[in-house]
Ligand binder design. Structure first.
Ligand code: 4AD
Ligand code: MG
Length: 456
């Protein structure tokens, strides 16, 4: 077998990233990337070159290159990897404000002519099967940039508020969020479960360190196919000692507000790209353009008692009962009534996890809150105050038929210096879906894990 060495750069020319090309105005540079699209007109080739940081048009005029190069450009296939050289010049019509007056072209590797993703609209199943290539499209790349910005925003915010990053385990001996969505695995002959949430461990680290957060992948064997559920998703979970339900909501509100401001400031172009590439089904939803939607967001967020939410929902035609959790449709209808996110508070204990603290004013309810994102998006945060009384917690563990032996260490936290404490979990993918105005969480993570998808 013969092997070839592919070129990585041209000699004696600075490498410019498209995102940074303004810095090179009036200079000759090389841009290294992939052919996104190509148009030809008489003596001109227009090569759209994607380098990962952005998209630039390289204009090749027949008189500026030798015949072989001009001919070569005429046969370039989509996604061929190339190095183009040329002068960076201003171009008012370009989104990035510049183009390349191309004077050289090197093919790094010619792409097979059957690249499966063409500019025409493909079905979602097809695109998900080709996710490894779909990620190269402008919309998908923009979504991943917004996702990264959101994650940075969260980390900067919590670090700045004095929360310490702690990492909680993925292999766990017991359920945190109900036994129906556990992924079970064999752990050297012992049963183990993939973590549904780092919360219980966070409660231990909060008693050690005061204010903590964990940020990692979490797993739920969701058996429903909805636009909001992944089986593997990323969650940030702050937890603080000496914090009550109001404190939890104040922290969540400021964090979500900060995320939105950071994205508006730094990702305007990405949001516009996402808006400009929408399927017909998405356009039918008539969402506001994202910049407009996010900048019209109001503060303070609404805080609505569960009982009042139920009343409102019934008036709006829902068949929800007093003791029910809000269904996905309920959340959609409710959020469409407000111009800002809504905290629904004090859910009935029956529908919430064992660790929720009972409301002293109404013991059938909990000191819990969910934050519902506007425009029909629904729950992006779940949290509240934790049960801090040993006996009450033990009773709840029994009531939920959880194995007491797996929670002895967790009960210890109530034996040795228990304090009121609380926190929440924000799902990254649902937050990205709302901020980018996406119809489904599958586009918010590079490789979505869904009930029926483990590949690629
Ligand atoms: O409401 P959840 O289940 O709360 C907890 O896990 C708490 N232990 C968190 C805590 O207080 N530290 O999940 C929190 C958030 C949800 O609001 C949602 O955004 C996201 O995690 N989430 C999912 N995202 C995608 N796919 C799923 N299957 C999700 N399940 C929850
Ligand atoms: Mg929840």
């Amino acid at each position: 077998m013969s092997s070839v060495t592919l070129p990585i750069r041209l000699p004696d020319l600075p490498v410019a990233l498209v995102s940074d090309v303004a810095r090179f105005e009036g200079q000759r540079v090389q841009v290294r990337g992939w052919l996104y699209n190509r148009r030809s007109k008489g003596k001109l080739h227009f090569l759209q070159v994607r380098d990962g940081s952005g998209l630039i048009q390289a204009v090749m005029f027949k008189g500026d290159v030798d015949e072989a190069t001009f001919e070569c450009a005429d046969h370039l296939t989509q996604e061929t990897s190339i190095i183009v050289s040329g002068l960076v010049r201003k171009d008012e019509r370009s989104v990035i404000g510049f183009e390349l007056a191309c004077d050289g072209l090197t093919v790094v590797s010619a792409a097979h002519a059957d690249y499966p993703i063409s500019p025409k609209e493909h079905g979602v199943a097809f695109l998900m099967d080709h996710r490894h290539l779909w990620l190269r499209s402008r919309r998908q790349a923009s979504i991943l940039r917004v996702r990264a910005r959101i994650i940075k925003s969260i980390r900067d915010f919590l670090d700045g508020q004095g929360y310490l990053l702690v990492d909680t385990p993925i292999f766990t001996p017991a359920a945190c969020e109900g036994t129906s969505t556990l992924f079970e695995t064999d752990y050297h002959g012992q049963k183990a479960f993939l973590s549904q949430s780092g919360q219980l461990y966070n409660e231990a680290t909060a008693a050690a360190l005061g204010r903590v957060y964990t940020f990692g992948p979490t797993f739920r064997a969701e058996k429903s196919k909805t636009r909001r559920h992944l089986t593997e998703f990323w969650m940030v979970e702050p937890e603080a000692a000496f914090m009550d339900l109001d404190g939890v909501m104040d922290l969540a509100e400021t964090m979500v507000w900060t995320i939105v401001q950071d994205v508006l400031r730094d990702c305007g172009q990405e949001l516009d790209t996402i808006d400009s590439i929408r399927s017909e089904a998405e356009e039918d939803r008539q969402l506001k353009p994202r910049r407009e939607a996010l900048s019209s967001l109001q503060r303070p967020f609404v805080r609505l008692h569960h009982a009042d939410a139920v009343k409102q929902l019934r008036a709006l035609g829902s068949d929800i009962s007093d003791g029910d959790d809000l269904g996905g449709d309920d959340e959609t209808i409710l959020t469409q009534q407000y111009d800002r996110p809504i905290f629904v508070t004090k859910y009935p204990a029956e529908v919430k996890a064992f660790y929720m603290k009972r409301d002293p004013l109404d013991v059938l309810r909990t000191l819990s809150c969910d934050l519902l994102a506007p425009e029909g998006y629904g729950e992006i945060i779940g949290g509240g105050q934790r049960e801090d009384d040993y006996d009450t917690l033990l009773a709840a563990i029994h009531k939920h038929e959880l194995p007491e032996s797996a929670f002895d260490w967790y009960l210890d936290l109530r034996k040795y210096g228990s304090v009121p404490h609380g926190g929440f979990g924000l799902g990254v993918e649902r937050t990205v879906a709302w901020i980018c105005g996406l119809p489904h969480v599958r586009e918010t993570i590079p490789f979505a894990r869904l009930m029926d998808r483990l590949k690629p």
